[in-house]
Design a protein around this ligand. Sequence first.
Ligand code: FE2
Length: 353
Amino acid sequence: MKFPAILAAALVLAACGKPAVPEAAPVESAAEPTVQRTGTLNIYSARHYDSDKIMYDTFEKETGIRVRFRESGAPELIETMKAEGDASPADVIIASDAGTLFRFQDAGFTQGIRSEALESAIPPHFREPDGNWFGLARRARIIVYDPSRLQPEDVDQYSDLADGKLHGEVCMRSSSNIYNLSLMGEFIGRWGPDKASAWARNVVANFARPPQGGDTTQIESIAAGECSVALINHYYWVRMATGTDADKAKTAKTKLSFPEQDGVGTHINVTAAAVAAHAPNKDNAVRFIEWLTTQEGQKLLTTETKEFPMIAGVPLPEGLDALPDFKQSQFPLQQLGENQAEAQEIYDRAGWN
Ligand code: FE2
């Protein structure tokens, strides 16, 4: 089977805030002549990490299954799979945020699978009930703030962001970003649309500036004194806090709040994997996703991204041990996708661009 190189991917902005760089053509790891080949596995991934290439290579060496992969933004992967139709070579889809996996599922590009290993390893709220995708690493959407301007109790609930006391203090990224859509998806489910709409309107009224940038931008804006509070996924802060001296100096001016500790817990999302609807190598696809729940798979999946491993007992990536233990929401993540269209309508009506 021919596995076409992607040229368009070079033009695509990386989904996780990394600069756009030309993507490598699909890589076939150097053949190990002693390894008995047991077929192939084609991975479509919306992630962009050097450690993923090591992850694929490790799986290939352990199993003899030849791994080929395509990395691109989720919207481009969806377009690709649309064009390929039933002939798509994709076996596995990997993407961040349950709201993104919903888009693949909604387009008919996933299939439900049963796996005792995955069902016992992954709590039900972190996977699609019919097996259309499985959460493999966790990310928390948290509050970052300037401790010289705000106290912890000012920002210990998501609802604080809508409080008039934070007028002119709030920085946010665009509402069309999947992280914000999924967070609103949980609010709709927990609070109902009316309260969720009021929250969005009142947060907009507190904006220090129009929405802009990615999660890293929000941390930088607080460090620069442009605003005093924002929402981010935890790993952006951890990467900066374990990064260059300049980035460390920025995070040193900020503190983190894990909201809702007295209530339902902080919003959690996942990086997840799905078996593609027309997977030519379905058994290998299931085997790979199961392998991602092993100690080794979990470690390779999270070391560079700074996500929380899904499986208990896996060592935390560097920097995460500095974060407190915190209560995590158990909201069923498949509902984030189901609420996605309504979430965008609520943001649009609130004037959150
Ligand atoms: Fe991200």
